[in-house]
Design a binder for this molecule. Structure first.
Ligand code: SAM
Ligand code: SF4
Length: 330
């Protein structure tokens, strides 16, 4: 699959549920309305849709959400998708999780063929953790991380930089990840979905500022390591671990975009920061053959936009797109 700008689409992210056991303040409003079941693809339908993408050239698959590990029976989907690793049609199967269920599932994820996982963690302070996630318990996530490490999974920590919330802790988090052998990616808050008036502007902390501050303490060696994604990576010389910066607002990364995103309702978003989407659920449910869905995928890729235009400032207080991050999973 090649889009109009010559970009090869080899990476699919699948949001397997819009539900979550947390309510992170930058991701969701407190009173979220979740999707009725009939609109959500079954696990078998998700498997079929992902299989079509793999046939069409996708080499990397990431499950996300909402919280992917709270979807009932999600392991049956993960095990089924693992078959594409065995056949060699897929290079990587992975997940982005808040870590709350890893204590239970880490071993099974490894057994299904996952090698590396991303776990979101914005703070090491239990009270702050509960304040950010509204519902979460830090200990549960730390236990989950231990289980994942014991299972032999490589771990990358995702940390959203939040002004006045965890900016004083980022330095400590870099050290903490270094001690445990975790890579880390820092993420700028993105203007997705309504979360309360003015909240986003209050949260937004440009990573250019964070990087300059970290550089006074750590030696950040530039690398050309790329995952095809939006992060620019450094190696922290003192810990030997990678540190990535995802800067959609201070640095536009769209020129190397290799990915598309499928939601749990079968809607395909060609860009995280744009509204245009293609419905794959109708062609998927209309026919036992995958041909109509594959045709819809081809049409969608043919109109993948050049990029997003996220802005957060006083003149643009509204979200750039109305959907929350939990719809597409980042
Ligand atoms: N629940 C899983 C988790 O938290 O890792 C997967 C889904 S979550 C939507 C994926 C990533 O998006 C997390 O690392 C989260 O911190 C990040 N995220 C959520 N809302 C965001 C926003 N508005 N701006 C930037 N990152 C966001
Ligand atoms: Fe849930 Fe992840 Fe969104 Fe937090 S960031 S509310 S854990 S989906």
């Amino acid at each position: 699959m090649i889009d109009p700008f010559g970009r090869h689409i080899t990476y699919l992210r699948v949001s397997v549920t819009d539900r979550c056991d947390f309510r992170c303040v930058y991701c969701m409003a407190e009173d979220m309305a979740f999707l009725p079941k009939a609109e959500v693809l079954t696990l078998e339908e998700l498997d079929r849709a992902a299989g079509a993408f793999v046939r069409m050239g996708v080499r990397k698959l990431r499950l996300t959400g909402g919280e992917p590990l709270v979807r009932r029976n999600v392991m049956s989907l993960i095990r089924a998708l693992g078959r594409h690793l065995t056949t060699g049609d897929l290079d990587e199967l992975t997940i982005t999780t808040n870590g709350s269920q890893l204590g239970r599932y880490a071993g099974e994820l490894k057994a299904a063929g996952m090698r590396r996982i991303n776990v979101s963690l914005d703070t090491l302070d239990p009270a702050k953790f509960t304040a950010i996630t509204r519902w979460g318990k830090l200990d549960q996530v730390l236990d989950g991380l231990r289980a994942a490490k014991d299972a032999g999974l490589e771990i990358k920590i995702n940390t959203v930089a939040l002004k006045g919330v965890n900016d004083d802790e980022l330095d400590r988090l870099v050290a903490w990840c270094g001690e445990r052998g975790f890579d880390q990616t820092l993420i700028e808050v993105m203007p997705m979905g309504e979360i309360g008036e003015g909240a986003r502007l209050e949260q937004y902390l440009p990573l250019s500022v964070v990087r300059a501050k970290l550089k006074s303490k750590w030696t950040l060696d530039e690398t050309d390591y790329r995952t095809g994604g939006p992060a620019r990576y450094y190696v922290v010389r003192e810990t030997g671990r990678r540190l990535g910066f995802i800067t959609p607002l201070t640095h536009n990364f769209c020129e190397s975009c290799n990915r598309v995103r499928l939601t749990c309702t079968g809607t395909l978003y060609m860009c995280l920061g744009q509204q245009d989407a293609a419905d794959l659920r109708a062609p998927l449910r209309a026919s036992e053959s995958d041909a109509p869905m594959e045709e819809a995928i081809r049409e969608a890729i043919a109109r993948k936009p050049k990029g997003h235009d996220f802005v957060i400032d006083r003149r643009h207080p509204a979200p750039a797109v109305p959907r929350h991050m939990s719809v597409t999973g980042g």
